[in-house]
Design a protein around this ligand. Structure first.
Ligand code: NAP
Length: 250
């Protein structure tokens, strides 16, 4: 089976490509560096020709509100049009838990991506994941004011990229659900507690405080804004295990 992974060189993309190749599938790891650009359209038609499944794991180079919306809308339109012309049988995309419950520019852009997929007529599965553990350092940096990291008092349930990629590969090989699947890490805990554990483990002396006025990437969040509300598939790698593996690699 030919499977195209758009963003196949990224964090989740490269892990997903490796899993699918191990399973004996013909996998195209597509990205601008390999001549496939969903923004300009370059190489997209050629890449998806003859593919049964397309997995979109691309990400915007800029997270600025307008730029990210433009990225996911333009890329979504170009990619889905090429897939429709090539009669692709399953479009899989990775989105974020609570894109429709939380108000920030990045989540709005992911929601726009989801809407284009739902309206495309192509059989699809949207996977909504919680935040990746690999993203914890970026979250701390974006919430830091000098040596204080201010986080809203909400629950958090990050998932390891290895767990995300395993689910993406699994979903891509199953029948399209024409709906969404939610995935999250095995542990749910206060945001401040998880980021404190992360910073301590990596030897970062910054202090974490829980602040009701703090926002998440500019958006207001409530206690359960960032965690699945209903049934979710859980990853197997807990934060301590992920930290142990990451520090061993460093
Ligand atoms: N971060 C989180 O916590 C989180 C949570 C849930 C879902 N997600 C979603 O997960 C997805 C994957 O994220 P990631 O962290 O794995 O991304 P990443 O590591 O930043 O990789 C992004 C990939 O997109 C490719 N790309 C960039 N512009 C492109 C274009 N114009 N056309 C084709 N490909 C392009 C990049 O190619 P080059 O290598 O050539 O630049 C790279 O392969 C994203 O859609 C994100 O929204 C993220």
């Amino acid at each position: 089976m030919k499977i195209v992974v758009i963003g196949g060189t990224g964090l989740i993309g490269s892990k997903t490509v490796a899993i699918l190749r191990q399973g004996g599938h013909e996998v195209v790891a597509a990205s601008p560096n390999s001549g496939v650009n969903t923004i300009t359209g370059e190489g997209v038609k050629e890449a998806v020709a003859g593919a049964q499944v397309v997995i979109d794991l691309a990400n915007s180079p800029s997270f600025e509100d307008k730029a990210v919306l433009k990225f996911f809308e333009t890329a979504g339109r170009n990619l889905l049009a090429a897939e429709a012309a090539a009669s692709v049988r399953h479009h899989v995309a990775l989105s974020i838990v609570a894109t429709d419950r939380t108000d920030n520019g990045y989540f709005r852009a992911k929601l726009a991506q989801e809407k284009l997929i739902e309206a495309s007529g192509i059989p699809y599965t949207i996977i909504r994941a919680t935040q990746f553990m690999e993203f914890l350092g970026g979250i701390a940096d974006s919430s830091a004011d000098e040596n204080i990291v201010k986080l809203p008092p909400v629950l958090f349930q990050p998932i390891a990229a290895d767990d995300v990629a395993a689910v993406v590969a699994d979903v891509a090989l199953a029948a399209p659900r024409n709906g969404k699947v939610e995935i999250a890490g095995p542990e749910r805990a206060p945001f401040s507690e998880i980021v404190t554990r992360y910073l301590k483990a990596v030897g970062d002396a910054r202090q974490v405080v829980s602040d009701p006025a703090a926002r998440y990437w500019g958006g207001r969040v409530e206690e359960r804004s960032l965690v699945p509300l209903g049934e979710a598939r859980l990853g197997q790698i807990g934060l301590d295990e992920w930290l142990r593996r990451s520090l061993a690699k460093a």
